[in-house]
Design a protein around this ligand. Structure first.
Ligand code: PBG
Length: 329
């Protein structure tokens, strides 16, 4: 008897046949590792809610980046934890701020072998934990914040960043940063815009990792996107491309595959997706209980993100996946 289903079953029969007809491939080249560097510590500090991840010292960060480079991972994105915070978040643009110091050291250590990305935001540096300077209403003042973002971008470029990744969801941030970079003669520095960034419940472990809590139990719903909206995500992406973003990001990843797919169909710049801290931590927690096979689920999720249309994925699992040979070079 013959019926069309037979064709699929014939092609699923052996691992080699399955490899031959696989539509989606995940390789080391598709991964970017988010890394945390903390000012003023002598030993790396494990992050409890992100098993296997560390708040790095400058030395351990450099070693981690060298290891990732030798594993073939092409990019890292840096987040800083300053020793002190203030209302404006001045550590974010101080030439001696932790991320700027780290960028200089890393550039020296890895040369051009690794794409060095810097997350651009002030929430890790502000005493109130918001992504901008506050106006009278207790919310970030969009336009005043853009001036800070411009300064941060130039400080990060001067320190050696290849890619600046603004994550604060201020309107006009891409244009303000592009102008500032061009004016300071960094036309070659690229912008990866966190364009469709949702006000998600999945950033919890990250806030532990960077010691951020929003003053008065507040949230970011007035500037990050409403989880109920898809068209708005597309509009944000279009605007950022128009303002000069070289690459755009959807974040979180797994709950927003529809946004990735729709963006892929419409725009031609590279699309990144951020498999965020909560997505990673849920896998680790369930695996630690013996409820799921953590490696298999991590791989399944990252492949789904690529299948939806992402070109590359920011993931806390980058190192372990390549090290264990779960993804090829
Ligand atoms: C803002 C920023 C956040 C993340 C990346 N950049 C936190 C937030 O918007 O609250 C979250 C990343 C993650 O959860 O892994 N600087």
């Amino acid at each position: 008897m013959t019926f069309p289903q037979r064709r699929m079953r014939r092609l699923r029969r052996t691992p080699a046949l399955r490899r031959l007809v696989a539509e989606t491939h995940l390789r080391a080249d598709d991964l970017v590792a988010p890394l945390f560097v903390r000012e003023g510590i002598d030993e790396p500090q494990p992050i409890r809610s992100l098993p296997g991840q560390m708040q790095h010292t400058l030395d351990s960060l450099t070693q981690e980046v060298l290891d990732l480079a030798s594993l073939g991972v092409p990019g890292v994105i840096l987040f800083g934890i300053p020793a002190t915070k203030d209302p404006e978040g001045s550590g974010a643009w101080d030439p001696d701020g932790i991320v700027q110091v780290a960028l200089r050291e890393l550039r020296e250590a890895v040369g051009e072998e690794m794409v060095l990305m810097a997350d651009l935001c002030v929430d890790e540096y502000t005493s109130h934990g918001h992504c901008g300077v506050l106006g009278d209403d207790g919310q970030p003042d969009n336009d005043a914040t853009l001036e800070l973002y411009a300064q941060i971008a130039v400080a990060q470029a001067e320190a050696g960043a290849d890619v600046i990744a603004p994550s604060g969801m201020m309107d006009g941030q891409v244009l303000a940063i592009r102008d500032a970079l061009d004016e300071a003669e960094f036309p070659e520095v690229a912008i990866l815009a966190y364009s469709a960034k949702y006000a998600s419940g999945l950033y919890g472990p990250f806030r532990d990792a960077v010691d951020v809590s929003i003053e008065g139990g507040g949230d970011r719903k007035a500037y990050q996107q409403d989880i109920r909206n898809a068209r708005e995500g597309l509009e944000e992406i279009r605007l950022d491309v128009g303002e000069g973003a070289d690459m755009v990001m959807v974040k979180p990843a797994l709950s927003y595959l529809d946004i990735i797919t729709r963006a892929r169909a419409e725009i031609d710049v590279p699309i990144a997706a951020y498999h965020v801290s909560g997505e990673y931590a849920m896998i680790k927690a369930a695996a630690a209980n013996g409820w799921i096979d953590g490696d298999a689920v991590l791989l399944e999720q990252l492949i789904a993100i690529k299948r939806a249309g992402a070109d590359f994925v920011l993931t806390y699992g980058a190192r372990e996946l390549v090290e264990q040979g779960l993804v090829g070079r």
